[in-house]
Design a protein around this ligand. Sequence first.
Ligand SMILES: [Zn+2]
Length: 221
Amino acid sequence: MQPDKATKPVVVCEPDALKGARPVRRGGAGREASSLPSHKEFVARRLDVKRCAEEGATLGGSEPVEKHERLMAETQGRGAGSEVVWSATGEMRNPGHVHPEIWLHLRAQTVLPLTCQRCLGAVSVKLAVDRPFRFVADEETAAAQDDDAQEDVLALSRSFDLLELIEDELLMEMPLAPRHDVCPVAVQLSAADPDFDDGSAPGEHPFALLGKLKIGKPTAK
Ligand SMILES: [Zn+2]
């Protein structure tokens, strides 16, 4: 095992960078690379997908949710401090073929503080994506093949915005109505609302409680 994570090479699919550095093929596809120099994000914003596939390269990183405006908006400002962690591995299938297939395997995850639709408090929701993409020559081909293919088909680009794809994919994982498994709000309500404090035992049936309120307060205000 390599003890020092910070010096572990993370292959960057940047054409100029690759001239000087030999990319390392890594068996553990999609392994997270959390410590990255700042220029990595710049590269992910304009990724040469084909070159990445040819080199079998993996790139990855983590950045604050604030860098993803649409994700950040979903948190209604609570997302500051959350991180998006991701990795992407290129793969060329049938490299000897006239038309080899260009693939990119994407993994991304984050935990977002969303608004619980039951109690309107903050609820932490984990979003995770683990998905392969196949890249074809152009938008037209992609549109023609996408419906029939099991995988997502995208148009090849020398300057592909990988971070935007990551944001798109995480947004699609967003629950329609995020909720706590058990809302903490029941406790808060009874403590905050004096009308609720009628001395009834906790756990009493709500209709029984309603009856007590009516009978118990005939002259209230
Ligand atoms: Zn709740």
